[in-house]
Design a protein around this ligand. Structure first.
Ligand code: ADP
Ligand code: GLC
Length: 495
């Protein structure tokens, strides 16, 4: 970190649809908040643009700076750009304001249907951001765009801004946090993106007859990454490529995998204001009161010696919650308790609710997006289960490691890159940090939970795995270094 801090400070613009701690539906927010803060602490001029959602508390809206404008082709849309600050940092935060687009009940839609005008909303966001930067006379050295919502920017810069005096040489870096969300819509939506109709071809926006904003971005970004080395390889295969694998292979020289980090100023059981008692890998005594408090909070019988297995997640197919529901009748026969905190698909919620009613001493569920509660869950359980079908990185298993909740994960994407499976060898050399398995089945979940119960029955062995996990270092300095290298490479490629 120190040597990078002395190099020339870069002007870095983050463009993101979510930002912790202001507005979040998942890991994108954590990453945008923590990585920007880390790069700012190193002395770079990091600024962030995001939509001014109604969900952002008003005290964070800052003062109105100036109107901004976006020509979407089908219409010209007027908005405003406000300047605020990223909480916990002095990084400027630009909020792109438009009441109709961004002051709605949800960020993207409810858990079943997304808003029909999402392409238009986020193209407006991207164009208004570029317009706002021009007006504030701050043109970055690199624009770092996150996920499909910001994916129009690299395409604008290399097409309609290709001769623009400010923007023509500005490189872009695009991070794929989740390839499943691509900004893929019916072709009639293309008319309201502000791109020239001529660009609607298979080398960029056209994708099996639809328009696809992320596909074009993959073509136009200077550099690309996803959030773990393993997922970067996986998405270049048909199995994980969500129909973009061949497009991604064309950019394989520019596509890297950078594992996300953990913001240990937020996720640290030794200094966590949300939990019943603090603890560390050297002094674990505080974990028992956290477990008792969690059992009480979820209404489970107080059983200090029964392993408590927690899940915090979006309740979706990606995260394997249909398989969890399928496994529960068998899991309920085992000497273990389960707590689930999440929000997601109504059908999955209904199934879990019914199962909790059938096995109330074994399973309790709460449907809320509640950050302090998620800290209490991480602190209070003995194991953390993450049976994802695919997982670009996953942050919660890394939080679980820090909180001494041994992860049980499917060996895919970032889960495979961050959890070291228990084996005779890893137990003997003291490197095991969790339990992992491969098949996408309820039976595999049940088998792994049984392994967890066996591990827990051997306190010395369990303690060793738990403490090794707590000592892992996933701090953002490592990922920050790698992003800075990528920015540098992108700047060289454009010079
Ligand atoms: P994803 O981004 O795919 O949802 P990650 O593991 O990368 O998965 O990040 C999820 C983030 O959202 C974590 O910070 C996690 O603690 C948080 N989270 C998920 N569900 C909830 C919830 N119901 N309440 C509070 N935080 C949640
Ligand atoms: C996505 C992924 C998750 C990743 C997060 C942050 O939402 O599903 O695996 O950790 O983005 O990069």
């Amino acid at each position: 970190m120190a040597d990078l801090a002395v190099k020339k400070p870069l002007k870095i613009l983050f463009v993101t649809a979510e930002l912790a701690p202001l507005v979040s539906t998942g890991g994108l927010a954590d990453v945008a908040g923590a990585l920007s803060k880390n790069l700012k602490q190193r002395g770079h001029d990091v600024r962030i643009a995001m939509p001014a959602y109604g969900q952002i508390p008003r005290e964070h809206w800052g003062k109105e700076r100036f109107p901004c404008i976006a020509d979407l082709g089908c219409k010209t849309v007027y908005g405003a750009m406000r300047e605020s600050r990223l909480p916990g940092s002095d990084a400027p935060l630009y909020l792109i304001e438009h009441k109709d687009y961004f002051e709605r009940n949800y960020l993207y839609g409810d858990n079943v249907h997304e808003y029909v005008d999402n392409a238009e909303r986020f193209c407006f966001f991207c164009l208004a951001t570029l317009n706002g930067m021009e007006q504030s006379n701050w043109i970055p050295d690199i624009v770092h765009c996150h996920d499909w919502h910001a994916s129009a920017i690299p395409s604008y810069l290399r097409t309609r801004y290709a001769r623009h005096p400010d923007w023509k040489n500005v490189p872009t870096h695009f991070t794929i946090h989740n390839l499943a969300f691509q900004g893929r819509y019916k072709p009639d939506k293309f008319a309201c993106t502000g791109f020239d109709q001529e660009l609607f071809g298979p080398e960029s926006f056209e994708h099996y007859g639809d328009m696809n904003l992320m596909k074009a971005c993959i073509a136009f970004s200077t550099k690309l990454n996803t959030v773990s080395p393993r997922y970067a390889r996986e998405i270049q295969t048909p199995e994980y490529g969500v129909a973009l694998d061949s497009m991604l292979r064309t950019r394989k020289e520019d596509l890297t995998g950078i594992l996300n980090g953990v913001d240990y100023s937020v996720w640290n059981p030794a200094r966590d204001p949300h939990i019943a008692a603090t603890y560390s890998h050297e002094e674990l005594a505080g974990k028992a009161p956290c477990k008792a408090a969690l059992q009480a909070e979820f209404g489970l019988p107080q059983k200090p010696d029964v392993p408590l297995i927690g899940l915090v997640s979006r309740l979706t197919w990606q995260k394997g919650f249909d398989l969890v529901a399928q496994a529960i009748p068998e899991l309920a026969k085992l000497p273990a308790q389960f707590v689930i905190l999440g929000t997601g698909h109504p059908e999955i919620e209904q199934r879990l609710l019914a199962l909790a009613a059938t096995y109330p001493d074994k399973l309790q569920v709460q449907f809320a997006f509640d950050v302090p509660k998620s800290h209490r869950l991480q602190a209070g359980c003995d194991f953390f289960l993450m049976p994802s079908r695919y997982e670009p990185c996953g942050l919660t298993q890394m939080y679980a490691l820090a909180y001494g909740s041994v992860p049980i994960v499917r060996r895919t994407g970032g889960l495979a890159d961050s959890v070291r499976d228990i084996s005779t060898r890893t137990l003997a050399n003291g490197t095991a940090t969790g339990i992992s398995y491969v098949p996408v089945t309820a039976a595999a979940i049940i088998k792994s939970v049984k392994e967890a119960i066996d591990l827990y029955a051997n306190p010395e062995c369990y303690r060793g795995v738990q403490q090794t996990g707590m000592r892992q270092d996933f701090s953002w300095d490592r990922a920050g270094d790698l992003y800075l290298e990528q920015y540098q490479a992108a700047m060289e490629a454009m010079s």
